[in-house]
Design a protein around this ligand. Structure first.
Ligand code: PLP
Length: 439
């Protein structure tokens, strides 16, 4: 009997024993094409020796030094590398162990910033419905995924959730994408005014929404207007690129394509590419200086922040992404993936929307293409696709739609950046077969 406490307790998962390139191998010898990089993690694929060698070298030198006393060479080097490529005025890097730690730290940093600035009344966070920012209490409070939040209601912070920017569902007939983008962003201004601008500390959003909406990009101009609104009312903009960052959408940071830079940026997943647990929160010098010139201490911190081995892995991963031209490759392979999805599913009666950027793509399933009516949740379409795909040797990331009927079941695809054309064919073939089984 296993003593592992698994995610799903009703079935025992196969045992992973190896990984090579875009494939994972289980103990029975079965191979799985990693069509979602786990959950947009394995951007370099499996078994990248440049990264494993960097980890081994760091382990031989220094495994751990507590950041309460010391910094380390790999942590400094990773921070320098990230800032050299970061958008806008991001200037400081706080290294953590994963995505939830990054978003949780961002929420607390935003709050502490206002306390240090002498505006302690700013304590309200605004985020969006159909978002996911992690599973710790603050991050879960910021997220709008009702399924994940449901049983923790009494523990959650009072965060406002505005409508997402969701062209397929929310754009009115005859409305241009630009007009819709502006209207969707203006919901933030309305909420700031409703709460009282002097009480709002930050707005948090994923530039391209991942797990809860299936690679949902913003409408044109949406984030430029969001930035404008934040600036007008002095609200901090926190962008969560835990899933969509690190080259996944065809630029190193997803927000570059929307021509905005945040005050705080969260990254994880692709930063360690699965080789080590690592995330980071980047902030501007304004925010850093408020704390450095004030209390001098960010009232936060976990034992493993700035972990030298994780930082060495992160440095090797970012170097690989940059030095091997993988961001450009994401654009090329991403376009090919989208073309294959269009070919296969463009006229499919139960596929309402194909979307995303780069190698971050989503498919939204509907019961009726004309009315966009989602499938009845009791049909469990997403779960059936996941199971059928897995049996066929494909790992993808299907999620159930939201209960209020405003989104359908969807499948998120986020394969490694090294994916070859033949593997794109295999991915689409296996996914198509799984959708047939599920429907
Ligand atoms: N933010 C986003 C956008 C995510 O997609 C996720 C994870 O899926 C998180 C935060 C949480 O990251 P982690 O699972 O590493 O804690």
């Amino acid at each position: 009997m296993s003593h592992i406490f698994p995610r799903h307790t009703k079935s025992a998962p196969p045992v992973a024993v190896g990984g090579e390139g875009c494939y994972l191998l289980d103990s029975t010898g079965k191979r799985y094409l990693d069509g979602s990089g786990g959950a947009a993690v394995s951007c370099l694929g499996h078994g990248d020796t440049a990264v494993t060698e960097a980890i081994k070298a760091q382990l031989d030198k220094l495994a751990f030094a507590h950041t309460g006393f010391l910094t380390s060479e790999p942590a400094e080097a990773l921070a320098d590398l990230l800032i050299a490529h970061a958008p806008g005025r991001l200037d400081r890097v706080y290294l953590v162990s994963g995505g939830s730690e990054a978003t949780e730290a961002a929420i607390k940093l935003a709050r502490q910033y206002w306390v240090e600035k002498g505006e302690p009344q700013r304590g309200r966070l605004i985020a969006r419905k159909q978002s996911y920012h992690g599973n710790t209490i603050g991050a879960l409070s910021a997220g709008g995924n009702e399924w994940r939040r449901a049983q923790f209601g009494p523990l959650l912070l009072d965060v406002s959730h505005i409508d997402p920017c969701y062209d397929y569902r929310y754009r009115a007939e005859g409305e241009s994408p630009e007009a819709y983008g502006r209207r969707a962003a203006d919901a933030l201004e309305a909420e700031i005014l409703r709460l009282g601008p002097e009480t709002v500390m930050a707005f948090m959003a994923e530039p391209v929404v991942g797990a809860t909406a299936g690679a949902l990009p913003p409408a044109p101009g949406y984030f430029r207007r969001i930035r404008e609104i934040c600036d007008t009312y002095g609200v901090l903009l926190i962008l969560d690129e835990v899933m969509c960052g690190m080259g996944r959408t065809g630029t190193l940071f997803a927000c570059e394509q929307d021509d905005v830079a945040p005050d705080i940026l969260c990254i994880a997943k692709g930063l360690g590419a699965g080789y080590q647990p690592i995330g980071a929160m980047l902030c501007t010098s304004d925010i850093y200086d408020a704390i450095a010139g004030g209390s001098g201490f960010f009232q936060h911190g976990h034992t493993y922040i700035g972990h030298p081995v994780a930082a060495a892995a992160g440095h090797a991963v970012v170097s690989a992404i940059l030095d091997r031209g993988l961001v450009d490759r994401v654009k090329v392979q991403g376009d090919k993936l989208m073309a294959r999805l269009q070919d296969r599913f463009g006229q499919h009666p139960h596929i309402g929307d194909l979307r995303g950027r780069g190698l971050f793509r989503g498919i939204e399933l509907v019961d009726d293409r004309d009315s966009k009516a989602p499938f009845d949740p009791s049909r469990g379409i997403a779960g059936k696709i996941k199971k059928a795909a897995f049996e066929a040797g494909l790992i993808c990331y299907p999620m159930a739609g939201t209960i209020d009927g405003r989104s359908g079941d969807h499948v998120l695809l986020a394969p490694p950046f090294i994916i070859e054309d033949a593997q794109l064919d295999e991915l689409v073939d296996k996914l198509s077969g799984a959708i047939d089984v599920a429907l």
